[in-house]
Design a protein around this ligand. Structure first.
Ligand code: HEC
Ligand code: HEC
Ligand code: HEC
Ligand code: HEC
Ligand code: HEC
Length: 176
């Protein structure tokens, strides 16, 4: 009797453990793929193969706290003439003709109590890839760094004595 209860318990534990394992595995796999976007835009084609500068599209990264997502008009600068017969470009042109912006799905989130500032980091010569990984190789963008407090703070600690761009460990620098 006790033996069979023990066996059931072992079995249950195993099932729970393997479900938990496969779930965390799924979350991980999902995270490294990134969300499906309304237009199948590839950074690999644009920033990789065609070597476009990140700031051609994300000009806000060097000039303001937020890096902007480009407007559909930025895309049409090229796609009025480039690959116009491709289905995804026909879809893109549809948004432009209707005067609609593309409802891109956000990849990165910061809680409201945290302040982050692109300009300060980009002007301190920290490469986009240091934080965002090899975006120019991604067909679909995924979150590369944890964006956890420990991640921010460990780089700030290394830059406390940075001669031109000293970073701070003060709570109120990052928190409201
Ligand atoms: C031709 C314009 C273009 C270029 C060039 C470009 N991007 Fe993007 N980027 C986009 C668009 C459009 C999105 C939104 C769709 C997506 O996530 O794929 C985006 C999304 C992103 C995101 C995710 C934003 C979020 O939702 O959190 C990051 C990070 C990013 N780009 C970084 C880069 C970096 C780094 C480079 C240079 C290596 C670069 N981009 C070059 C157009 C561009
Ligand atoms: C500086 C010029 C330029 C800009 C700006 C640009 N693209 Fe492109 N795009 C290209 C080139 C070049 C290709 C490759 C075309 C080919 O292989 O035939 C391409 C390919 C694509 C493709 C793949 C088409 C296919 O199915 O083969 C999509 C989708 C696309 N671009 C979307 C966008 C979006 C969305 C934007 C704006 C965020 C954008 N592009 C901005 C030059 C540009
Ligand atoms: C020091 C790390 C760091 C560097 C360097 C950095 N980013 Fe970011 N990026 C972040 C963080 C953190 C977020 C999420 C911030 C938020 O939601 O406010 C983010 C978000 C973004 C977004 C989404 C829009 C936004 O502002 O939330 C884009 C696009 C982006 N980054 C592009 C770039 C580009 C392009 C560069 C280089 C020119 C760059 N980033 C350099 C950390 C960095
Ligand atoms: C790769 C290194 C690195 C990472 C990662 C990083 N930072 Fe920084 N951060 C710096 C440096 C260096 C400076 C100083 C820049 C300057 O003085 O111009 C700075 C400055 C700042 C500032 C401006 C400080 C002020 O005095 O106004 C804020 C806010 C900030 N970081 C927040 C964050 C947050 C939040 C994160 C994580 C989401 C983060 N940083 C991740 C290196 C980093
Ligand atoms: C360099 C930027 C930075 C500094 C400095 C910083 N934090 Fe944070 N903190 C963050 C970020 C980013 C998050 C959100 C991500 C996370 O929860 O790890 C966060 C989250 C938190 C949270 C919420 C944790 C949770 O589980 O929701 C608390 C509380 C907090 N910080 C307190 C502090 C205190 C106290 C200090 C000073 C000793 C401090 N922070 C300094 C960036 C910073």
């Amino acid at each position: 009797m006790t033996k069979s209860i023990a066996a059931v318990l072992v079995l249950l534990t195993l099932v729970t453990a393997s479900v938990a394992l496969s779930q965390s595995f799924n979350v991980k796999m999902g995270a490294t793929k990134g969300p499906v976007q309304p237009i199948n835009f590839s950074h690999k084609i644009h920033a990789g193969t065609n070597e476009m500068d990140c700031k051609y599209c994300h000009y806000g990264a060097a000039n303001s706290a937020w890096a902007n997502i480009p407007a559909v008009s930025t895309c049409m600068g090229c796609h009025k003439i480039v690959a116009t017969d491709k289905p995804e470009i026909v879809k893109l042109t549809g948004y432009a003709d209707r005067g609609e912006q593309i409802p891109w799905v956000k990849v990165h989130y910061m809680p409201d109590h945290v302040k982050f500032n692109h300009k300060r980091h980009v002007r301190a010569d920290i490469a986009c890839q240091t934080c965002h990984g090899p975006i120019q190789e991604m067909d679909r963008v995924y979150q590369y760094s944890s964006l956890k407090m420990g991640w921010c703070v460990s780089c700030h600690r290394q830059n406390l004595d940075n001669p031109n761009h000293p970073a701070s460990m003060d709570c109120l620098v990052c928190h409201h």
